[in-house]
Design a protein. Structure first.
Length: 285
């Protein structure tokens, strides 16, 4: 899959390639031309033309209602290329533009409500995000297909977790990995396993969290997505720290640093500082 993506990506015109990279940064599962235009800082008509180009190459897929999504691991690959080719300042500016777009006016319809809730979540406005994503779930249950409903449950679970409502978050998230396995791809299942692990970790249950993070890791390994694999090892390091297992924490950090190195230097540097804070005897034997 990675080789096929890179071949398709390198054949793109520069403006289409830039839009694809930035699409990997946006917070929602799907997006319209207006959000794509905000990300890239270009007119909406131009963004629509570029999305058509990406769709023709199989790099974005239609999501209904004039909206699009990045299929499978394409989002991960797009994020990797953005980290390589776009400066941190440019990436941050693109993300700010699309968050401002989502929060600029009243949302209409499930997809826009969900996107607004995710923007609030990204801005760490937990209570507002939970309220908006509650509405998004209600609309999804009324109008959406099964995967849309599951994604809405997942996103609300994330907001409730951040707000500190852990029992309800775990209740919403608990069955999601198996439910995603029945209707969707492994990427959705890995996302649900990770969020469920985070909720259990915040609830002070690191053994259960380690199990969920480990399952997510096995999925992302098969997807050849080093940044997400690195993220999984960071989660495992966090669970090891809560268990008091500094050797396991150090080993997980070492794996994450190695995975981040080629694709996300900032993350690698931050983890290296954390790793240095462990005593020499804390590392793998």
């Amino acid at each position: 899959m990675r080789a096929k993506f890179e071949e398709s990506y390198r054949a793109l015109p520069p403006d289409a390639a830039r839009l694809l990279r930035l699409l990997g940064l946006q917070p929602g599962d799907d997006f319209g031309a207006a959000a794509a235009a905000a990300l890239a800082g270009i007119p909406e008509d131009g963004a629509r033309d570029l999305l058509d180009t990406l769709a023709d190459r199989g790099l974005v897929a239609g999501a209904g209602g004039g909206r699009f999504r990045l299929p499978g691991p394409v989002r991960d690959y797009a994020r990797e290329w953005a980290a390589r080719e776009d400066g941190e300042e440019e990436r941050d500016a693109a993300l700010r533009r699309v968050l401002d777009h989502y929060l600029a006016g009243p949302a209409a319809g499930e997809a826009e409500v969900e996107a607004e809730g995710l923007a609030l979540l990204h801005r760490e406005r937990w209570a507002e995000a939970a309220e908006t994503l509650e509405e998004g779930l209600r609309l999804a249950e009324r109008d959406g297909d099964r995967r849309t409903v599951l994604l809405a449950r997942h996103n609300l679970g994330r907001a409730l977790m951040e707000r500190g409502d852990l029992d309800r978050a775990i209740g919403l998230l608990g069955a999601l990995p198996d439910e995603f396995a029945a209707v969707s791809d492994d990427q959705d299942r890995a996302r649900a396993l990770t969020t469920l692990g985070e909720a259990y970790l915040r609830a002070g249950r690191p053994v259960a969290a380690t199990n969920f993070f480990g399952q997510a890791l096995e999925i992302v390994r098969a997807e050849e997505a080093p940044e997400r694999e690195g993220d999984a090892f960071v989660h495992l390091a966090d669970a090891a720290r809560q268990r008091g297992d500094t050797a396991a924490e150090g080993a997980a950090l070492d794996r994450a640093i190695a995975l981040y190195g080629p694709v996300e230097a900032g993350k690698a540097e931050a983890l290296a500082r954390r790793r240095e804070g462990l005593t020499p005897s804390d590392g793998p034997s």
